[in-house]
Write a protein that binds this ligand. Structure first.
Ligand SMILES: [Zn+2]
Length: 161
């Protein structure tokens, strides 16, 4: 017997988009985890995303960091403590954010990124957007060059005590 499919959105197009987007996020992250434990299931991720999209009454919707409303297209899964800083793939370390925050956050942890967002509140909107945009674009270059492994390699090259 075929498994009963969960309908996340009444609107068929939205539902298809949601299924596709969450599947993409899930398998990218699961692949990243490699053979490390990955307790998140696809259904659990979809439940979290569904709540973050404001579809479940009683749950706080929006990006975990900037609180901005999310859309299916901007959904993103972030490791609160980055994987490259020994963050785990445990549920407690995974949050739903907007793609913008995820990119801008990069190697920062929760506290560091929140402090940055607080600081940026005092910036002129133009300067704030300029800075965030640079961080987002920079992240691509940075990740490509493999510099996100900096923390791990530093740890590996630490002289023996
Ligand atoms: Zn955000």
């Amino acid at each position: 017997m075929a498994k009963k499919r969960i309908v996340w959105f009444e609107n068929k197009t939205q539902n298809t988009m949601f299924i596709k987007r969450t599947k993409g996020i899930y398998f990218t992250q699961r692949k990243r985890a490699g053979n490390k434990p990955f307790p998140l299931t696809l259904t659990m991720l979809r439940e979290r995303c569904h709540r973050a999209l404001g579809q479940v009454p009683g749950f706080t919707a929006g990006c975990y960091y900037c609180l901005a409303p999310l859309t299916i297209a901007t959904l993103s899964l972030d490791h609160v403590t980055p994987v490259s800083r020994n963050g785990s793939h445990q549920l407690s370390n995974l949050v739903i954010t907007c793609a913008g925050c995820n990119k801008a956050k990069g190697l920062m942890n929760d506290e560091e990124f929140r402090r940055l967002l607080c600081t940026l509140k005092f910036f002129h909107p133009v300067a704030k957007n300029d800075l965030l945009m640079r961080l987002k674009i920079g992240a691509k270059v940075y990740m490509k060059k493999g510099k996100h492994h900096a923390f791990q390699s530093n740890a590996a090259h630490r002289p023996a005590a």
